[in-house]
Design a protein around this ligand. Structure first.
Ligand SMILES: [Zn+2]
Length: 148
C-alpha cells in the first residue's frame, strides 16, 4: 500500500468510493462516499490521477483538464441535479493528494446552511449507495450532453 489512499484507489489497491462520473488518463471525478451512512447528495471530488499535493504541483495539462472538468461538473450539477449553484473548494490537509470538492447548493437551502454548512441542514438531500449511483448516472448524462 502506498501512503496515500487516493493513490491506492487509483492503483486498484483500495476500493473506489463508487463508479467514476468521469475518468481519463490525467484526472477523474467521483461522488463522495465515505461508506458510513447517508451523504449529502451532490458532493463531487475531482482529482489528478498522479500524486500531486496541490495546484502548484500540477502539470499544465492536468491543471487545464481539472479546470475544464470543474466547469462541466458545475453545469452538470445545475442541469442534471437542479443545483442552484456549485461550490468549489480544496484544502488537502487530511489526505495530501489534490482533491477538489464541487458541491451542489440546492434551491431553498436556508442561508444559515450555505457554504461549509450544507451538510448540517436537516432537510438537505442525502442518500446512500443507490441514490449516489443514480445521481452519478444523471451527472454522466449531463456531461455527455454538455456542449458549452
Ligand atoms: Zn496520492
Amino acid at each position: 500500500m502506498a501512503e496515500c489512499i487516493f493513490c491506492d484507489i487509483q492503483q486498484g489497491l483500495a476500493p473506489a468510493m463508487n463508479d467514476p462520473i468521469y475518468a481519463d488518463d490525467l484526472i477523474c471525478a467521483y461522488h463522495w462516499y465515505s461508506g458510513e451512512g447517508p451523504e449529502y447528495l451532490g458532493t463531487l471530488v475531482v482529482q489528478p490521477r498522479r500524486h500531486a499535493k496541490t495546484f502548484a504541483a500540477l502539470t499544465d495539462a492536468e491543471a487545464q483538464a481539472i479546470g475544464l472538468l470543474t466547469a462541466r461538473l458545475s453545469r452538470a450539477l445545475e442541469t442534471g441535479a437542479n443545483a442552484e449553484r456549485a461550490y468549489v473548494y480544496f484544502f488537502g490537509e487530511v489526505v495530501p493528494h489534490l482533491h477538489l470538492f464541487v458541491v451542489a447548493r440546492y434551491p431553498g437551502t436556508p442561508e444559515a446552511y450555505w457554504r461549509m454548512n450544507l451538510n448540517d441542514w436537516p432537510d438537505a438531500p442525502k442518500g446512500g449507495a443507490a441514490e449516489i449511483a443514480s445521481l452519478s448516472q444523471r451527472l454522466r448524462a449531463a456531461l455527455a450532453s454538455d456542449h458549452a
